[in-house]
Ligand binder design. Structure first.
Ligand code: NDP
Length: 311
């Protein structure tokens, strides 16, 4: 069986950028795309903060363009999820859902993170039409509009604060009457006149028409009273899940499941020859451009590692 120089797992901005750099270094990378090729950006519409696009770019178009760029230099994309990896010795072994088994001298993990959603009816269909898991990506479209954010942790506070730059009013819906967020983040929101908290409340339904979200139906968890609230945007701020379960504990992860870089600022992991880039190792920045930058670093690191430690 052929042993590949580099196998990249995941195809968001980090994975594609790693693929562009690795293929230009003639490492003939294989990129295992996962079940959402292009990652989180394929669930957004306009991306206006990725440098180089003066008029903005559609998230899915940006991902297709990055993929084409990597293919031009020889990256082979395989549309499959990874079931299992064995990182106990080189070459590393990768088993895919489509039945493929691969051997790799180096592995770049760029499987990203997934914003958590509530699981409400129509929630996923309304992404980009008023439902969003990313205020930084979509906040700009809510200038002078009313928005609701759900959650009581730092993510929700950060989203709510950010949204006050644009929205006329930001309501934070929280299922309890105390916040989980850190004290400075709490204070920032509690003292912001544009933000109003709706305590002890859960969201039961998203209301919408042909143009998108129009409101939410909420329930007071103490009294059981159900009311409807008008809103133009509904932002999820209940956290993100890094996609690391397939690693089966072989890499060092933090409490939330993010890969812990072992040799900062390099994108190394605790296993030599395994690198991590993008949101799977970053709960802080979570931007396409920072993910792409770390993808570049992971590929350069893999190239150097292969030079120094050929198999
Ligand atoms: P957390 O787990 O801290 O908070 C999630 C919040 O969402 C909680 O308030 C929780 O409610 C609520 N929630 C979860 N599930 C549901 C549900 N099904 N329905 C309604 N509400 C729900 O996640 P975060 O993403 O906020 O933070 C994760 C980590 O990242 C933390 O360590 C945080 O400090 C860090 N972080 C730091 C930032 C910064 O420093 N700038 C920014 C963002 C995150 P409940 O409280 O009732 O459990």
């Amino acid at each position: 069986m052929e042993t590949h120089e580099v196998v990249i797992i995941g195809s968001g901005p980090a994975g594609h950028t790693a693929a562009i750099y690795a293929s230009r270094a003639n490492l003939k990378p294989i990129c295992l795309e996962g079940d959402e090729p292009g990652g989180q950006l394929t669930t957004t519409t306009d991306v206006e903060n990725f440098p180089g696009f003066a008029d903005g770019v559609l998230g899915p178009d940006l991902m297709i363009s990055m993929k084409k760029q990597a293919e031009r230099f020889g990256t082979v994309y395989v549309p499959t999820m990874v079931n299992e990896v064995d990182l106990s010795e080189r070459p590393f072994k990768i088993s895919c859902q489509n039945g493929d088994k691969l051997l790799a001298k180096t592995v770049i993990i760029s499987t990203g993170a997934t914003a958590k959603y509530l699981g409400l009816p129509n929630e996923m269909e309304l992404i980009g039409k008023g439902v969003s898991g990313c205020a930084t990506c979509d906040g700009f479209f809510y200038r002078n509009k009313v928005v609701h954010v759900v959650g009581g942790g730092d993510t929700a506070m950060e989203e709510a604060s950010f949204l006050t730059k644009f929205a006329s009013k930001v309501y934070v819906i929280h299922r309890r009457d105390t916040l989980r967020a850190s004290m400075p983040m709490q204070e920032r929101c509690l003292n912001n006149p544009k933000i109003e908290f709706v305590w002890n409340t859960q969201v039961n339904e998203i209301l919408f028409n042909d143009t998108g979200v129009t409101g939410i139906k909420v329930e007071n968890t103490q009294t059981g009273e159900v009311t409807e609230r008008q809103t133009d945007g509904f932002f999820l701020g209940i956290g993100h899940s890094p996609n690391t379960s397939f690693l089966n504990g072989q890499l060092n992860l933090d409490d939330a499941g993010y890969i812990i870089p072992s040799n900062s600022p390099h994108p190394d992991t605790n296993i030599a020859g395994v690198f991590a880039c993008g949101d799977v190792q970053d709960s802080y920045y979570r931007q396409a451009i920072s993910a792409a930058g770390s993808g570049c670093m992971a590929a350069i690191r893999a190239e150097k590692f292969l030079e120094e430690t050929p198999l």
